[in-house]
Write a protein that binds this ligand. Structure first.
Ligand code: MIC
Ligand code: SF4
Length: 658
């Protein structure tokens, strides 16, 4: 049987284990990316490793999330990131240059290479045929130090595309269709590989929209082949030399195949408050819309912006609707301006926002109370927009632009205008001056790293306890996202200040959590979190593990975990255990006192732990589904402690499995 594209790239980067889906493997990493909201922690941890320069082919630090800079905190973070980049020879993409995923696609992505990024939407680069994986900042720091990345060898699912998209139906509708079927849970350890004759009809930015939002399904990554369309895209970026053809063998065996006939798709929408709530857009026609936001790493490309501008050209937004447009990168913005599209957007009443994450992460453009906000971004979790009671709907650029004109949810096919044909430039105007390239002599001049008062120390953890004994601080339900655990928006100014950020753990679910956890910790007791299915969905932010760790949380008991968050818990010494019997979830209540005696020995020697509920006098079992390597990390009290223990073998292990 032939090989899938995923297997080919993994095989060519394999440094530990062998291709056997379900087993732990280690791969070498060619590129790393960080963004400012996760980057400060990643670089504080990288500094603590004492490595003189990254061992990767390319490491780049993007500033794109906290660009609003209200107060000095984020500006201090950005100055810190710039100094670190200069000291260690890392490229830095300055605030204003664009969203990391869009810029990486345009300027750096290379088919067939591996990319590890401290952001869950890193798989966007899969649109170019890269094996691109999102993870916590500490894993990225370790990759920069030359350590391999460990992952579960994935099962590969073919998403087989036939036919051609009808007018007004777009790549966003393809991925919403995929989400409607696969949902946001149960896809851990899978890769979505796009195949079939329909692939050739999609441009690289359209493919990137699809791989970007595969993150919402919780897959390890999503990938498209690298073909003539990819070559043309790289040529338009002046990077033909980076192209190579890459595809699966014709007889490749997939774990499962999901067929989509593009010709039959319709405009879709994800309704509040999960990207998996997918319905036909026309079923919501007429619902009044207060706000429309076009942009983000999902739909911030030149193609998206030009499409929006063409629909809006000569028209004006409805009186009751505010339109925000945020081009995904400075390159997109500049080329839109040159080609006249920016003028059309401004003339139609669009508010042009910075080329940054902005509205998507809720640190600007929050909608009014109880508003309906239609967005082209990828997540509509409750409260993420910055307005707790707003309803966010996720749609394509075409549907968003049409609705901005009418002021109600509008199927763009009913607008009665001719479908705009967007021709991508054969050659984009390229200006990389907002990317600071390290001086080749960077290690000669000593660099003083300026740390503002908000930039704290790298997180420290204690060794793993002999026994866990403590209180259930919260009993959460299914689909708890990292946005619920660690809110973003205006709280993101504290990303580098762990103690302060910890004040907001679970703020959206229970504002008393942090104070109760601190009080418990002061009494020398451990905190425990109980949750349902798919705990830790969404972002890669390791703060969702670091801050609970800081507050004394030692274990999370859930019905299932999502991949990135489970790794982050282990990396910060928090025990992630899974109810052996889902019904036992009912046997624990908030405030119950739980004991896990002899837990240290149990972790070292078995995969089952016994939990005694002192409050109810009951006993339940839970499973530890982590690898032997992860057990060692847990027992060391986290990955940084573990890496330090291994320090002696650092140079020999360079590029090899731990
Ligand atoms: C997100 O979209 O939620 C973020 C903000 O980009 C996060 C990263 C973070 O929390 O800093 C992600 O997707 O990983
Ligand atoms: Fe930025 Fe939103 Fe993309 Fe996250 S999902 S990287 S916040 S644009």
């Amino acid at each position: 049987m032939g090989k899938t594209l995923t297997e080919k790239i993994i095989q060519s980067h394999l440094v530990g284990g062998s291709w056997a889906p379900g087993s732990e493997i280690a791969i070498s990493i060619d590129h790393t990316l960080t963004q400012d909201a996760t980057g400060t922690m990643a670089y504080l941890q990288f500094e603590a490793m004492g490595i003189p320069r990254p061992a990767t082919e390319l490491s780049i630090s993007y500033i794109d999330h906290n660009t609003v800079q209200i107060g000095f905190e984020n500006a201090d973070d950005h100055r810190y990131l710039q100094d670190v980049a200069r000291k260690y020879g890392i490229r830095l993409s300055r605030a204003g240059n664009g969203i990391c995923h869009q810029v990486h696609l345009e300027r750096f992505g290379v088919p067939g290479k591996t990319l590890l990024g401290s952001d869950s939407h890193t798989p966007t680069a899969g649109g170019l045929g890269m094996l691109a994986i999102g993870t916590g900042g500490l894993d990225v720091a370790l990759a920069m130090a030359g350590r391999p990345f460990h992952l579960i060898c994935p099962s590969v699912i073919a998403i087989h595309l036939t036919g051609k998209l009808p007018h007004w139906v777009s790549a966003k509708d393809i991925i919403l269709h995929v989400l409607g079927y696969f949902t946001t849970r149960g896809n851990v350890g899978r890769v979505f590989e796009y195949t079939g004759e329909g692939v050739a009809s999609l441009s690289v930015p359209e493919r990137a929209t699809i791989t970007n939002m595969g993150a919402e399904c919780g897959v390890t990554t999503s990938i498209f082949p690298s073909d003539e369309v990819t070559r043309r895209f790289l040529a338009s970026q002046g990077r033909t030399q980076d192209w190579m053809e890459l595809k699966a063998d014709p007889d490749a065996g997939y774990d499962k195949t999901f067929h989509i006939n593009l010709t039959e798709l319709e405009p879709l929408v994800a309704t509040p408050h999960s990207p998996e709530n997918v319905v036909n857009l026309k079923s919501l026609s007429g619902l009044a819309v207060d706000q429309v936001c076009i942009g983000s790493c999902t739909n911030g490309s030149y193609h998206d912006m030009a499409m929006a501008a063409s629909i809006l050209k000569g028209r004006f937004i409805s009186d009751g609707t505010s339109l925000i447009v945020a081009p995904g990168s400075r390159q997109v913005l500049e080329n839109l301006a040159r080609d006249g599209y920016l003028t059309d957007l401004i003339a139609a009443g669009a508010r042009i926002d910075e080329s940054a994450c902005g509205f998507c992460i809720g640190n600007s453009c929050s909608p009014p109370s109880k508003a309906v906000s239609l967005r082209t971004s990828n997540r509509n979790f409750k409260g993420r927009s910055g307005t707790a009671d707003a309803d966010v709907y996720l749609v394509s650029t075409e549907s968003a632009a049409a609705s901005a004109i009418t002021g109600t949810i509008t199927d763009p096919r009913t607008l009665g205008i001719e479908y705009p044909r967007i021709n991508l430039p054969h050659k984009f105007n390229i200006d990389d001056r907002m990317i600071i390239v390290p001086d080749p002599n960077f290690h000669v001049e000593p660099v003083e790293i300026r740390r503002g008062s908000n930039v704290g120390k790298p997180p420290a953890n204690d060794p793993f306890p002999e026994a866990i004994s403590g209180e259930v601080l919260i009993k959460a339900g299914d689909l708890v996202t990292t946005d619920h655990i660690m809110p973003a928006g205006d709280r993101m100014k504290y990303r580098s200040n762990i103690d302060r950020y910890s004040d907001f753990v679970f703020e959206l679910l229970d504002p008393s959590f942090s104070a109760r956890a601190r009080e418990l910790k002061a009494r020398g007791r451990h905190g425990i979190i109980v949750a349902g299915f798919s705990y830790g969905q969404g972002s890669s932010r390791e703060h969702a593990a670091i801050c609970p760790m800081h507050l004394g949380v030692k274990a999370v008991i859930a019905k299932s975990f999502e991949r990135i968050h489970a790794s982050n818990l282990v990396n910060f010494g928090i025990l992630p255990v899974i109810f052996s019997n889902d019904n036992d979830y009912e046997e624990i209540g908030s405030g119950d006192i739980l004991d896990m005696p002899d837990i240290k020995n149990l972790v070292a020697s078995t995969d089952t732990v016994t939990i005694h509920n002192r409050t109810r006098g009951t006993t339940i079992q839970a499973d530890l589904r982590i690898s032997e390597r992860e057990k060692k990390i847990l027992l060391a009290g986290g990955a940084l402690n573990y890496a330090k223990e291994q320090q002696g073998s650092y140079s020999e292990s360079h590029g090899k499995a731990l």
